[in-house]
Write a protein that binds this ligand. Structure first.
Ligand code: IVH
Length: 676
C-alpha cells in the first residue's frame, strides 16, 4: 500500500499542518525549538495558501488566525560586516596531509600552524565601538544572523567594555558560546526534576539558552565563551600572527582557550589532534575536533578564500559520538534476578568508534521520560568507553500518530505476568524456573567475573540449554565430550578444550564460587570478606545473621540476602550438585583470599581503565584488594599505578599528564607475581 500523498487531500493536509504548527509553536515558546524559523515559515505559508484557496478549510483557532502565527524570527536580523564563513573539514591524517601540502604550495616560506580545540557550541559575533559592546549576533546563514545583544550581555565572559591600552575604535570579535558540562548536567537535572523535556546535549543547550526571548532566562543559564577570530577592526594594533591576535584578545579581556598551541609540521599537528582526542572527555566541555590555522597573517593573505571557507584553516573532525538512527523496536530482556530491562533495537549505526545496534533503556520510567517510540528517529550517543545510550527522539522527524510504547504485561519468555512492586523502578519476572532467568544465571556463573570458564559464552550456553543438556549451573559439570560433540558446529577439538576449561574451573577460589552463585548484593568484596572470615561455603551458609554482620564489610542487607538465598530449596540443591561435581567449596590452605597474599600493596592506590584481555576489572580489583591495595575511580597525583587495558581513554591520558606510572597487563601480572 502506498502512503497517501500530502497534497492529495487539502482538508487532511491542513489538519496535519495545523497540528505541526501548534506543536512547533509550543516547543518554541517552551525553549525547545526543533526546526528552523525558515522551516516553520514554510509550514505556515503552506497553510495560509491552502486556506486562501479554500476558505472552508479555515477552522476556529487556526494558527493562521491567532498571534502565535505571527511569530517572527523573534530576533532582528543582524548583517555581518565581514561574512562568517565556515571551515573545510578533514577526517583523517591523509586529508590533513593533503591540506598541508596544498597550503604549502601557495607560499614560499615554511608554515607555522596554530591548533585550537574545536568548541562544540555556537558561533557568535561581538561588535564593540569605542570599547563598548554594541551588538551580539549569531552566525545565521553567514551573511545575516540574529541580533541577540540583550542575551549576550547577560553572559559573564562577554566583556561589556574592553580592557587594556590597545582598545580600537571598532572591533568585531568572534568566538564560540558553549555550556560547560557541570552547567549542562545541572540544567538537565533541573529539567528532569521539573518533568520538562530535557536538553539533549550541551550544544543544543547553549543555543537554546542564548536564543531566548526573555534575556533573564539566558542570564539564569551558565554560558561561557572562548574567542578565536577577528572580524572587522578599525584602529587596532599591527598584528603579524594569529598568536599575537590571540594575545591581544586576552589583553582586551576575552577568554582564549589555554590549550591552543603552535606546531611546525603536519606530523606534529596530527599528534596534537590525537592528544586532544585522548583528553576530550576530561576537558569539562565538549569539543568535536581541532581547528588548524596558518599562523602568519601575511601567508593567510596570500592563500585567500574559496567561496565558502578560508584556505588557511581546516577543521580536523573527531569521529562523531552522537548519531541519529531509527529505533526499530523496544524489546525486554530478563536477567538472572528476573529483572525485566527494556532495550532499544536500533538500525545499526557507527558511533563513538563502534557499531551500535542495541542500547539499554533501563526501565519503564526511563522510556517514558525519554518518550522514545518504535519508529522514531533517535539520537544515539557513545562517548569514550561509556556504554551506548539513546539520548532521545528527534521529534521533528516523528511520523504523525506514532504510538507510545507500552511495557509488556507478561514475561516475553515464560509468559508469567511481570510485576512492578510499589516504589520499585523495575518490572520483574518472579518465576524462578523462567528459562530466561536460568539461562542468564548460567551465563553469569560461567562468566569472566565468576567461574571464568573459557569457551562457555552465552551462545554456547543457549545451545546446551536448548538441547536439554543443562538446566542449572551445576549441570555444566555433567557435560561430557560425547554430549558436546552431538551439538551442531561443535567438533571434538572444541569439545575437549571445553571439558578442560570446565575441569579447571573446579579449583576456582571459594570467593569466586560465591560470586558465581549470583546472590543479590554478594559481589567480589562481600564474597572475599565471607571467605576470609569463614573459610568454607558450609560455614558461610550455616552462620547465624549476627555472626555474618560482625564480619568487616558485611551489613544486614548482604547477610539477609545470603540467608534467604540458601533457604530456597532449589538453591540448596544447586550447592549439593556442585559439591558432588567436585567444585571447590572451601579456602585451600595455600591460596585463599586476602590473608594468604603478602600485603604488598598496603597504602597504594590503583586505577583500572580500558579492557583487560585476561580478566575483568572486578577480578583485577579483587586481586589488588587481596594484597592490601585500594582501587579508586579517578586518577590523581596520589594514584600509585594506573593499569591500562585496551581502548583506555581519558584516565590513561590523565595519568600520563600527571606522571603517574602506567602498567600494561603484563607489567600488572609481574607486579602480582603472576604469569599472564
Ligand atoms: S575559526 C573562518 N576556530 O566551527 C574561520 N571556528 O565548522 C572561522 N569553531 O563556525 C572559524 N571552534 O562555530 C574557528 N577554534 C575555533 C573554533 C571554531 C569552534 C566552530 C565555529 C565555526 C565552525 C566551523
Amino acid at each position: 500500500m502506498s502512503k497517501p500523498r500530502p497534497s492529495s487531500d487539502p482538508a487532511r493536509r491542513a489538519a496535519v499542518l495545523r497540528a505541526q504548527i501548534e506543536y512547533h509553536n509550543d516547543r518554541y515558546y517552551n525553549d525547545e525549538q526543533e526546526i528552523t524559523d525558515a522551516d516553520f515559515d514554510l509550514l505556515l505559508r503552506e497553510l495560509i495558501a491552502l486556506e486562501a484557496a479554500d476558505p472552508s478549510l479555515i477552522v476556529d483557532g487556526s494558527p493562521t488566525r491567532h498571534p502565535g502565527a505571527t511569530r517572527q524570527s523573534t530576533f532582528a536580523p543582524a548583517e555581518h560586516v565581514v561574512a562568517m564563513l565556515s571551515l573545510d573539514n578533514a577526517f583523517s591524517l591523509d586529508e590533513l596531509t593533503a591540506w598541508g601540502a596544498r597550503v604549502a604550495k601557495l607560499v614560499s616560506e615554511p608554515i607555522e600552524f596554530v591548533c585550537e580545540p574545536k568548541m562544540d557550541g555556537l558561533a557568535i559575533s561581538l561588535l564593540y565601538e569605542r570599547g563598548q559592546l554594541v551588538r551580539g549576533a549569531t552566525r545565521g546563514d553567514g551573511r545575516v544572523g540574529e541580533d541577540v545583544t540583550e542575551n549576550v550581555r547577560t553572559i559573564r565572559e562577554v566583556p561589556a567594555r574592553l580592557q587594556g591600552n590597545r582598545v580600537p575604535q571598532r572591533l568585531e570579535i568572534r568566538g564560540e558560546i558553549y555550556m560547560n558540562l557541570v552547567a549542562f548536567n545541572a540544567l538537565a537535572a533541573k529539567q528532569t526534576a521539573a518533568n520538562k523535556t530535557v536538553v539533549v546535549n550541551p550544544r543544543n543547550a547553549a543555543a537554546g539558552s542564548l536564543r531566548q526571548k526573555d534575556a533573564s532566562i539566558t542570564a539564569s543559564r551558565e554560558l561561557s565563551l572562548f574567542v578565536y577570530q577577528l572580524g572587522v577592526v578599525d584602529g587596532g594594533p599591527e598584528l603579524a600572527t594569529h598568536s599575537e591576535t590571540l594575545e591581544w584578545m586576552r589583553e582586551l579581556g576575552f577568554a582564549v582557550n589555554p590549550l591552543i598551541v603552535t606546531h611546525d609540521s603536519i606530523g606534529e599537528v596530527y599528534a596534537q589532534c590525537n592528544a586532544l582526542l585522548e583528553q576530550r572527555h576530561g576537558l569539562g566541555y565538549d569539543i568535536d575536533g581541532v581547528v588548524i590555522k596558518v599562523n602568519a597573517l601575511s601567508q593567510r593573505a596570500e592563500m585567500g578564500f574559496t567561496s565558502k571557507a578560508p584556505r588557511w584553516a581546516i577543521a580536523y573532525k573527531f569521529p562523531p559520538e552522537e548519531r541519529t538512527t531509527i529505533l526499530r523496536d523496544i524489546h525486554v530482556s530478563i536477567g538472572r534476578t528476573g529483572r525485566a530491562t527494556p532495550f532499544a533495537m536500533l538500525e545499526p549505526v557507527f558511533v563513538g568508534g563502534v557499531t551500535v545496534s542495541t542500547a539499554t533503556l533501563h526501565n519503564q520510567d526511563e522510556v517514558a521520560r525519554k518518550d522514545v517510540r518504535p519508529g522514531d528517529t533517535v539520537i544515539v550517543r557513545r562517548a569514550g568507553d561509556v556504554i551506548p545510550e539513546v539520548v532521545g527522539p528527534v521529534l521533528a522527524k516523528r511520523p504523525l500518530g506514532l504510538a507510545t510504547w507500552e511495557f509488556p504485561t507478561d514475561c516475553p519468555v515464560c509468559e508469567v505476568p511481570l510485576v512492578r512492586e510499589d516504589g520499585a523502578a523495575n518490572h520483574r519476572c518472579l518465576n524462578a524456573s523462567c528459562p530466561a532467568r536460568q539461562w542468564s544465571q548460567i551465563v553469569y556463573f560461567a562468566g569472566r567475573g565468576a567461574m571464568d570458564i573459557e569457551g562457555l559464552g552465552d551462545e554456547r550456553i543457549a545451545q546446551f540449554v536448548d538441547a536439554g543438556l543443562i538446566v542449572d549451573a551445576a549441570d555444566i559439570y555433567a557435560l561430557t565430550s560425547d554430549k558436546i560433540e552431538a551439538i551442531p558446529r561443535l567438533g571434538a577439538k572444541s569439545a575437549s578444550a571445553l571439558i578442560i576449561a570446565i575441569e579447571g574451573s573446579k579449583a576456582t577460589p571459594l570467593w569466586r564460587v560465591l560470586v558465581a552463585l549470583g546472590i543479590k548484593h554478594v559481589g567480589p568484596s562481600a564474597a572475599q570478606a565471607f571467605a576470609k572470615a569463614l573459610r568454607s561455603l558450609d560455614a558461610i551458609f550455616a552462620a547465624p545473621i549476627e555472626q555474618l554482620v560482625a564480619i568487616d564489610g558485611i551489613g544486614s542487607i548482604i547477610a539477609e540476602s545470603l540467608k534467604s538465598w540458601i533457604e530456597v530449596p532449589h538453591n540448596a540443591r544447586l550447592i549439593e550438585k556442585l559439591r558432588a561435581a567436585g567444585v571447590n567449596l572451601a579456602v585451600e590452605d595455600n591460596r585463599g583470599p586476602r590473608e594468604d597474599f603478602e600485603q604488598v600493596f598496603v597504602g597504594m592506590t590503583f586505577v583500572l581503565t580500558g579492557t583487560l584481555a585476561t580478566q575483568t576489572r572486578e577480578i583485577a580489583a579483587a586481586k589488588i584488594e587481596a594484597r592490601g591495595g585500594k582501587v579508586t575511580n579517578s586518577v590523581s597525583k596520589k594514584t600509585s599505578y594506573v593499569v591500562a587495558g585496551d581502548a583506555a581513554g581519558t584516565k590513561l591520558a590523565k595519568a600520563e599528564s600527571l606522571g603517574v606510572t602506567v602498567l600494561d597487563e603484563a607489567a600488572f601480572a609481574a607486579l602480582l607475581n603472576e604469569a599472564v
